[in-house]
Design a protein around this ligand. Structure first.
Ligand code: DAT
Length: 168
């Protein structure tokens, strides 16, 4: 079983993945970390201050991995059996990314991606979407475990667009 924990940067993927992997006894794989560590990228994009992932290399690295939590904003593209899409109020994401020291342009791109449901729209197969806003990590993890056990699928739990369209 490969579980993808996806969502816009700042939504809480790593926080949730760490707790979830412990509870399920799965290996936690932080995609951003392994891409850097094992040079699974094509180049560094100075403008976006991020690595351009080489998906051939990344998929090859992951090919024999089983019972894993894939933690990253592209994890839904890595052939998971189940995809959890975390959502969070764009204003909260904005504050978290500011604290992380992201530059304005990168913050805006990510806030807009959250408003436009980018990770959700890209997710295929079994997908379960959760609005994490004002929920504790423990509560979110419990909800994920219930969803996985019940093989639940759900899409369309938030509508940021009608409230935050002016940020686009
Ligand atoms: P991501 O991995 O999606 O980039 P993260 O797990 O690093 O996000 O979380 C970003 C910040 O938000 C970090 O300081 C922890 C905090 N956070 C994450 N989930 C939270 C939650 N459910 N409630 C409150 N704070 C949370």
């Amino acid at each position: 079983m490969r579980i993808a924990i996806t969502g816009t940067p700042g939504v809480g993927k790593t926080t949730i993945s760490k707790i979830l992997s412990k509870k399920l006894g799965y290996e936690h794989i932080d995609i951003t970390e392994i891409v850097k560590k094992y040079h699974l990228y094509k180049e560094y994009d100075e403008d976006m201050e991020s690595y351009v992932i080489d998906f051939n290399k990344l998929n090859n690295f992951l090919k024999n991995k089983n019972n894993v939590i894939l933690d990253g904003h592209v994890s839904h593209l890595l052939n998971p059996d189940y995809t959890i899409v975390l959502r969070c109020n764009p204003e909260i994401i904005k504050e978290r990314l500011k604290k992380r020291g992201y530059k304005e342009k990168k913050i805006l791109e990510n806030v807009q991606a959250e408003i436009l449901d980018v990770c959700l729209c890209e997710s295929k197969g079994k997908v379960y979407e959760i609005d994490t806003t004002n929920k504790t990590p423990e509560k979110i993890v419990d909800e994920i475990i219930l969803a996985i056990n019940g093989k639940r699928e759900r899409k369309g739990v938030v509508d940021w667009l009608s409230k935050y369209y002016y940020l686009l």
